[in-house]
Design a protein around this ligand. Sequence first.
Ligand SMILES: [Fe+2]
Length: 254
Amino acid sequence: MNPNVHPFFHEDSSTWTYVVVEPEGAHAAIIDPVLDFDPKAGRTSTTSARALLDFITAHQLKIEWIIETHAHADHLSAGHWLKRHLPEARLAIGDGIRKVQKTFRPIFNLGEHFPVDGSQFDHLFGDTETYRIGKMQGRVIPVPGHTNDSVAHLIGDALFTGDSLFMPDGGTARCDFPGGDAGRLYDSIQRLFELPDDTRVFVCHDYAPGGREHRCESTIAQQKAANIHVHEGTTRDTFIRIARNAMPRSTCRC
Ligand SMILES: [Fe+2]
């Protein structure tokens, strides 16, 4: 059963948030919601999250999951705020979040009191776990490389890649954060390339290279044919060289 996918674009962080809804039904999931942040004022706000909530209310959706594809470096998540307004929903992320928390606790000087067991979430997805959104089935595909906790979600024919793949002309995510690994990202993308060619691919960010309009959707066939960092035939060594030399200096802020 293939979902209806409603994208919402967050201008400041070039993030795509999705509301994924079962066809002819009301059960749904939110993927990668953004909390607005004004760095000059040091203040957060919920304008973008409220727009999601308004959409959910207007369509009388029953949100079962609020899903993070990974711990984001470039923006804050509205997951906890939405959970307060949608108490039935389960806030979830891949169980690799525990590794990310262990890595970043000393870097950000979070202190020993900061839990590194993922207990900030209601559910930690295991590798290859399956789950339901109403009548639809979701499946986790582990895609470590950009971060240790990165997971993609396949819901019907719709793949939510997080930052593992961008639009074909945007390439892939950076791998230079602590815990990042270009070789592992290459291996992860090969797993995504095994999906059917007509699988719809929805990205977490789009930086609109060349000044084109922002886009969020491609297919596995389009990615295999034309992704500028990794397409069919790109070797692991070539990808690792591109990751070292190109990605951190590109427009990729993910
Ligand atoms: Fe990211």
